[in-house]
Each structure stands twice: as C-alpha cells, then as structure tokens.
Ligand binder design. Structure first.
Ligand code: HEM
Length: 397
C-alpha cells in the first residue's frame, strides 16, 4: 500500500463531515482517484477525471449497488437509471422545468414567499437566515412548483432532513435508516391524496405534468414517478436554500457583502454562481464501474462504486487557480460543476437559479447593512450535502 493509500484508508466519515476540503486537496495532488474505505467509494476529485467519469455511461453508469438512495427513495429513481428509462423520466420532468417556462412562472411564485418572510423578520434586527429565511423560501417555492402548495414549510423541511439521513447512509447506520424509513412512509401516505387530485384535475405543476407524461394506470404512473419525486423532495427542497445561505456566508466572510449591497440586482448572478462553486451543496454524483477503466492513475475494477466529487472539482486549483478555496465575488466567470456533469445534469438548475437570485437580491435590497453575528459564526458541515447549519446575522432594525 502506498503512503497516500494508507492515509486514505484512515480517513473517517467524521473528518469528511467536518471539513472534506483539505482531504480532497491532498487527493487531487497525490491520487485524484482514490479508494476511501470509510464510505466504500473511490473518490474522483479532479475536474478532468470527474467530467470523464460522469459523462461515459457505457464505462461508468449510475446503477450503484447497494444504493442507499434506492432504500431512501422507496425504489429506483432517475438518479440510478441510465439510457432509455432515465430519458423517459427526464421527458416527464423537463416540460415543467424548461428555462422559458421557469423564467415566466417562477418569480410570481417565489416573490410573495420572499417578501412575506422578510416582512416577518425585518423589525427584529437579527435572524438565523437558514431556518428563518432560506430554508422556508426553498421548500415553499418548490412545494408550490411541484403541486404541494397545501403542505406547510416545517413538514417539508422535516421530510428533506429525514430522507437525507437515508440517502447518504453509505455506512449503513441503523439509526439513520430508522429516521429515513419512517419519513419515507409518511411521505407516501401524505402524497397519496395529492397525487390523486393532480391526476383527476391536472394543472401546470411538475407532479401533474409527470403524471400526464407517464404510462399505464394511475397506480403504474405513481409507482414510476414516486422515487424520482422523493429525489426532488430531498435535493430540490434542500439545495437552493442551502446554496443561497452559503452565498451569503461567503459574501460576509470575504468582505464582499458591502459591494453586493451597493448593487444587488447587478451582482446577484455572480454572487450565487460563486456560492455554488465555493461550497457545492450536493457533493457527489455516485457511479458504478461497468467496464474496467483506468482513470487518474488508478485501475477501477468492474463493480467499484465511485463518488464523483463535484464539490472537489469546484476547488480544483488547475481550473480555479491558487485562490480556489476562497469565496470571490469578482472571480473571472467560467462554468462550475455544482449541477453535475453528463446525462444526469440537474433538471432543476434553472428553477434553482431563479429562486436563489430572487431570495438573495431581495435580502440585500431590504437589509443592506447585513452583518455576521460575531458571537455565532456560521458552522458548515457535511460532505455529501454541505451547508451552514445556522447563519446568524444582525442588522440595524
Ligand atoms: C442549488 C440547487 C441544486 C443543486 C446544487 C443540484 C445539484 C444536482 C446534481 C449534482 C445532480 C446530479 C446527481 C447525479 O448525477 O447523481 C442533480 C440531479 C437532479 N436534480 Fe438537482 N440540484 C439542485 C436543485 C434541484 C431542484 C430545485 C430540483 C427540482 C426541481 C432538482 C432536481 C434534480 C433531478 C430530478 C435530478 C436528476 C436528474 C437525472 O438524473 O437525470 N435539483 N442535481
């Protein structure tokens, strides 16, 4: 065993959760494709190798086994399918998430949610932006787009936290399964009447459009779309809010918040793209090797599971230069990998971007003197999903 393999064998889940970036940096330098026994995955940490791994399904596909996702989602979702079955689900999903449709319809959904949450905190002079603002914006906005407008924000937040316990359970922890199995059953029970209603009286929501485009009886259609719907209840609900919180944490930490407050409309696009790059909210695309493949100096055996780390490639010094670890609002523009590479590129990226722009822009327009709470700095955690757990801020009310 080489020195770097020996070191990687000692990496723990706790270390990854606390701060994966120094671990990824060493891997990029010394072994860009590297087995990490603690999670049973080969980590692919550099941009070129990750792009290759996620874009060649004939060599490396998505049918990971055993997949914590399958159990957490209650069956195979779009994330673990390839070829025609994946394309069919994409064809059901994409019509309600197309750029033009999203640009036309999303602002009227998100803006009232944003304004009402800001009305609720503006006089307080202090807030935890994660639980008081970004997470509710995120769940209520997507809830409405999906067709779950009647669900309350706390229930939707509880769902995504519960499903996440199972989706990332690579270490097979029974306590995590207990939480995610219970939430999975609750989601099924709660969605049954909603699905029935959207089937009988369809509207332009994502669930209604998916049901229309699926095949077979109502029950067949529900069985086809339900695991993929849970993917959206998890990633889609959680991530735009988390990425928006990360963006604000980055602006405050880097000293670029004042520049942002001076021109929120002009700078918001760059601000959120840099937030998505700096701490990518979804860390990996999980994949399985179909055909023995040489990648990044390693020979990957058939059946090996890979963690294609978009969070690491977004810090790859070869692409981003020596300041890759820093949030920089004025970084020269180029594409980042936060929405993934290859055929599974995120279906919700237009919607996420529009939602984040509205939430971050209006926050700085209404609270231009936003500052960190010096007694409670943000603490990031997670490697599969990463975001500040809290974002305590103050302003002059
Ligand atoms: C900032 C927010 C988001 C980020 C960073 C993000 C990131 C990603 C990434 C990295 C993937 C690829 C996963 C893989 O290949 O294993 C993905 C896939 C996906 N995302 Fe997102 N996502 C976000 C928001 C959303 C939202 C709001 C929705 C729903 C409207 C959504 C729906 C999906 C779906 C359905 C897939 C699977 C696509 C496929 O397998 O073809 N995402 N996302």
């Amino acid at each position: 065993m080489s020195a770097v393999e020996e070191w990687a064998a000692a990496v723990t889940v706790e270390q990854l959760d606390e701060d994966p970036y120094p671990i990824y940096a060493r891997m990029r330098r010394e072994a860009p494709v590297c087995f990490v026994p603690a999670v049973g995955l080969w980590f692919v940490t550099s941009w070129a190798e990750a792009d290759f791994a996620a874009s060649h399904p004939e060599l490396i596909d998505s049918s990971v086994t055993p997949s914590p996702l399958d159990r957490a989602m209650g069956g195979p979702s779009i994330l673990v399918l390839d070829g025609d079955p994946q394309k069919r689900l994409r064809a059901m999903l994409d019509p309600s998430l197309r750029p033009r449709f999203v640009e036309e319809n999303t602002p009227e959904i998100v803006t009232p949610i944003v304004e009402s949450l800001l009305d609720g905190i503006v006089e307080r002079g202090a807030a935890d932006l994660m639980s008081d603002y970004f997470e509710p914006v995120s769940v209520l906005s997507l809830g409405s787009v999906l067709g779950l407008g009647e669900m309350d924000g706390d229930t939707l937040r509880r769902w995504f936290y519960g499903l996440a316990q199972g989706a990332v359970n690579f270490e097979d922890d029974p306590a995590r399964w207990a939480v995610s199995d219970a939430i999975g059953a609750e989601v099924d029970r709660s969605l049954e009447p909603v699905l029935k209603r959207l089937w009988e009286t369809p509207d332009s929501s994502t669930i209604a459009v998916m049901l229309q485009h699926a095949d077979g009886s109502f029950e067949d259609r529900v069985a086809t779309i339900l695991p993929t719907l849970k993917v959206m209840l998890l990633g889609g609900m959680q991530e735009p809010g988390h990425a928006a919180g990360t963006t604000v944490a980055g602006l405050l930490e880097s000293g670029h918040a004042a520049a942002m407050a001076a021109d929120p409309a002009g700078l918001v696009r760059d601000a959120i793209e840099e937030g998505l790059r700096w701490v990518s909210p979804i860390g990996t695309q999980t994949r399985r090797v179909r055909v023995e493949t040489d990648l990044g100096g390693a020979t990957l055996p058939v059946g090996a599971n890979l963690g294609v780390l978009v969070s690491s490639v977004n810090r790859d010094e070869v692409v981003w230069g020596p300041t890759a670890d820093i949030y920089d609002l004025f970084r020269p523009k180029r594409n980042h990998g936060a929405f993934g590479f290859g055929p599974h590129f995120c279906s919700g990226h237009h919607f996420s971007r529009v939602q984040m722009r509205i939430a971050v822009q209006r926050l700085f327009e209404r609270l231009p003197h936003l500052r960190s709470d010096p007694e409670r700095p943000p603490v990031f955690s997670g490697w599969e999903f990463r975001a500040p757990q809290h974002l305590h801020v103050r302003w002059d009310a």
